[in-house]
Design a protein around this ligand. Structure first.
Ligand code: PEP
Length: 250
């Protein structure tokens, strides 16, 4: 497998006000030449901060992403943002299919797939989230769930450049719990096998991030697991020092 440049992406969820630009500034100043050579960084703030952050981060190599997009380019969809609107802010990435959206907004695999296609239409990289619930893990169906989500939500035309997969066990998000290293390795290897079978060399190049309670104290051991090509970080991405410490674990 080619060695892939890792991506560490921060998902700020529904956190952050204008004053949070100070935290962004700290991340940018801590993202020095050494780190830039080793790892790509992205921050996905709430939609209200997208334009400001994209302008502030311009030219810094820190990528800015949104947390969701609508599948349509425009229209009567009150409260939604299209991928085109996101791209218009200067953002380059968008998270689709996060488990909080799948749960809170009953998003289906088909909708997630349409959102990923919308991201590409607008020139954005889709960070597409998949992962099993606690009862699915306990019931021993994790790999079946992953297969189902990959088949249903990952579009044809996926490439190393337009898609990032985030494996996020739902029970590990915001709970302080993480799967064992062996369990992470098993799921990531499985995802890699499926992507390679479907997309060939492009599938070999798609980065597979681990997400779920990644913090400075566990980053090094998680990030060295085979087929873990970075992390999607929630809570720990809100503090510049923690986020940079996770990235520096490479
Ligand atoms: C997430 O929201 O994608 C996430 C992984 O959250 P946390 O790191 O807080 O578990």
């Amino acid at each position: 497998m080619p060695s892939l440049k890792p991506l560490v992406a921060g998902n700020w969820k529904m956190n952050g006000l204008k004053a949070s630009a100070a935290e962004l500034g700290k991340i940018m100043s801590g993202y020095g030449t050494d780190l830039k050579g080793k790892v790509e960084l992205a921050i996905c703030p709430p939609a209200t901060l997208l334009s400001t952050f994209a302008v502030v981060a311009l030219g810094s190599k820190l990528a800015i992403g949104a947390q969701d997009c609508h599948a349509k380019a425009s229209g009567a969809h009150t409260g939604d943002l299209s991928a085109e609107m996101i791209a218009d802010t200067g953002a380059t990435h968008v998270i689709v299919g996060h488990s909080e959206r799948r749960t809170d907004h009953a998003e289906t695999d088909a909708q997630v797939r349409a959102k990923a296609e919308a991201a590409w239409r607008a020139g954005l990289v889709a960070i597409l989230c998949i992962g099993e619930t606690e009862s699915e893990r306990r019931g021993g169906t994790t790999l079946d769930v992953i297969d189902h989500q990959l088949a249903g939500s990952v579009p044809e035309g996926s490439t190393a450049a337009n898609l990032v997969i985030a494996y996020e066990p739902v029970w590990a998000i915001g709970t302080g719990l993480t799967p064992s290293n062996d369990d992470i390795a098993e799921v990531h290897a499985h995802i890699r096998k499926r992507l390679a079978a479907r997309f060939g060399a492009e599938g070999e190049g798609v980065r597979i991030l681990y997400g779920g309670s990644v913090k400075p104290s566990n980053a090094a051991e998680i990030l060295k697991i085979g087929d873990v090509n970075g992390a999607l970080v929630g809570g720990a991405s809100l503090k510049a020092d923690d986020f940079l410490a996770i990235a520096a674990a490479y």
